[in-house]
Design a binder for this molecule. Structure first.
Ligand code: NAD
Length: 491
């Protein structure tokens, strides 16, 4: 059992009140680490340190190119430590080692890409409507950013938030989920080694109501980056509005994945199975609502169900495991509750429908891949389950598919499987989602914007748009020869 203190001002430290919280391993179900349980006092200390680093230098005084080099160096260190960081996340969150090593390796790209953007944040010279003045714009960092992350993908979400914020010149206080703080704390150590000045990136661990709320309310925090549930996001946005703080919200999803009768059905079956089963369904972009055209329904569902029976459950640290446990005990209970609700609503069970009790699952929080045929007005088709549970709906034609796909309050992502180019373009234009994937699923890159429509959030991560979330524009006027008369002189 290991202790994981917080990281503030470049130093590891216990919580001011000396409290700790347990972290459980989702495969063994046992406590494997203790993480510092901070409170408002720790949150305030971290924000003050981050504010000082922002306002007084040396971070503030670095040239953008020098700042970019620090981000680049951090990316190199991530590549060096990818295996170690991946293992921390596997133990803490039950993610698969087979997925995490490539994912952490890819995270280096966030810092290489945004490091390269640091010295390309350009203002403009405005061609004015008057003589005798010169006017230009500067894009300046907003200040301290509070970054609040969920338990399902701690390192990925952390990097999506902080790489653009650091690129803009902000400083950051991170608050990982109380369920999965360890990988973020291991990652934070790399900032010092990369040469970041103390206080530029800080990590305060603890519960949302104790640490997260204090960060959001702190007057020196100027922007809030939040990834998590829409309920918490709505609450935080209301809090932030009181003090006119920026918010970037990446919330949940209930994404449609649409299979037309002209699709390559084998590719679509593979794509639909991974769209729901990747990360055991605990993915904001999971393709949870599978819409299948009536004319190929039986043929397609045979293919899909045979792919969905294939994942190998077991120890997430074993490279051959392809379906892991749910990350937290409450989430495991919640998903089983949704399976009961679906049955009670009259959904037709096609696969799974229970906890997995195979010997290789040990005491882990595993659930069998589960597939229901449903109506779109059922709760199982409308609410975010966040588990390996797929809702399948039949449709007649393109208009019918579109109506069902958009009839949900979320709008994070959508998939379309068709060989008809014109139809693909029509769907890409009319689906209400921040990402649309044609004949593929779950493609996300640090180079391309990512975010939600409707209740799935506001603001964008990834790509140059992400940096703008953390910048404010200043207009500078210089008199280059305009007279400045005494306004009170007699005329
Ligand atoms: P959550 O909303 O419970 O918690 C997210 C973070 O907010 C945690 O760090 C938590 O401690 C903190 N928090 C909770 N209450 C708070 C409060 N009152 N004030 C300040 N902070 C508070 O979400 P979760 O259960 O950890 O994560 C699962 C959710 O995240 C799902 O809905 C999922 O769809 C979503 N998610 C979205 C994306 C995306 O990019 N859109 C990515 C991953 C996860």
């Amino acid at each position: 059992m290991q202790d994981y203190p917080m990281y503030i001002g470049g130093e590891s430290m216990a919580a001011a009140a000396g409290r700790w919280m347990d972290s459980e391993n989702p495969f063994s179900g046992e406590v494997w680490a203790r993480v510092a349980r901070g409170d408002a006092q720790d949150a305030s200390r971290a924000v003050e340190v981050a504010h000082q680093a922002f306002a007084e230098g040396p971070w503030r005084d670095l040239t953008p190119s020098a700042r970019g080099l620090l981000l680049h160096k951090l990316g190199d260190l991530i590549l060096r430590d990818a295996r170690k960081l991946a293992e921390a996340e596997v133990r803490d969150s039950g993610r698969l080692i087979a997925d995490m090593v490539p994912q952490v390796t890819y995270l280096a790209q966030a810092f290489h890409y945004f490091g390269g953007l640091c010295d390309k944040i350009e203002g403009a010279v405005i061609p004015l409507d008057r003589k005798g003045y010169f006017n230009f714009t500067r894009h300046e960092p907003v200040g301290v950013v509070a970054a609040l992350t969920p338990w399902n993908a701690p390192l990925l979400v952390t990097c999506m938030m902080i790489a653009p914020a650091l690129c803009a010149g902000c400083t950051v206080v991170l608050k990982p989920s109380e369920f999965s703080s360890v990988s973020t704390l291991a990652f934070a150590k790399l900032f010092e080694e990369a040469g970041f000045p103390p206080g530029v990136v800080n990590v305060v661990t603890g519960y949302g109501a104790e640490v997260g709320a204090a960060l959001v309310a702190h007057p020196r925090v100027r922007a809030i980056a939040f990834t998590g549930s829409d309920a918490t996001g709505r609450h935080l946005a209301q809090q932030a509005a009181r003090d006119f703080k920026r918010v970037v919200l990446e919330l949940g999803g209930k994404s449609p994945n649409i299979v037309f009768d002209d699709a390559d059905l084998d590719a679509a079956a593979n794509g639909a199975a991974t769209a729901i089963l990747n990360v055991s369904g605990q993915s904001c972009v999971a393709g949870t609502r599978l819409l299948v055209q009536e004319s190929v329904y039986d043929r397609f569902m045979d293919k899909l169900l045979s792919v969905a029976r294939m994942p190998r459950m077991g120890d997430p640290m074993d490279a051959s495991t392809s379906l892991g446990p749910l990350s937290t005990r409450p989430q495991y209970d919640k998903v089983l509750g949704y399976i009961d609700t679906a049955r009670a609503e009259g959904a037709k069970l096609l696969l799974g429908g229970s906890a997995a009790t195979r010997p290789e699952c040990g005491k882990g929080w595993f659930i069998e891949p589960t597939v229901f045929e449903v109506r779109n007005d059922m709760r199982i088709a409308q609410e975010e389950v966040f588990g390996p549970v797929l809702s399948v709906i039949r449709f007649r034609d393109e208009a019918h598919a579109l109506a069902i796909a958009n009839d949900v309050r979320f709008g994070l992502a959508a998939g379309v499987w068709t060989q008809d180019f014109a139809r693909a373009m029509r769907m890409a234009e009319t689906l209400q989602a921040g990402s649309v994937w044609i004949n593929c699923y779950r493609q996300v890159s640090f180079l391309s914007p990512f975010g939600g429509y409707k209740d799935s959030g506001m603001g964008r991560e990834n790509g140059p748009d992400a940096v703008k979330e953390y910048l404010q524009v200043k207009s500078v006027w210089m008199n280059t020869g305009a007279p400045v008369p005494n306004p009170y002189a007699p005329r």
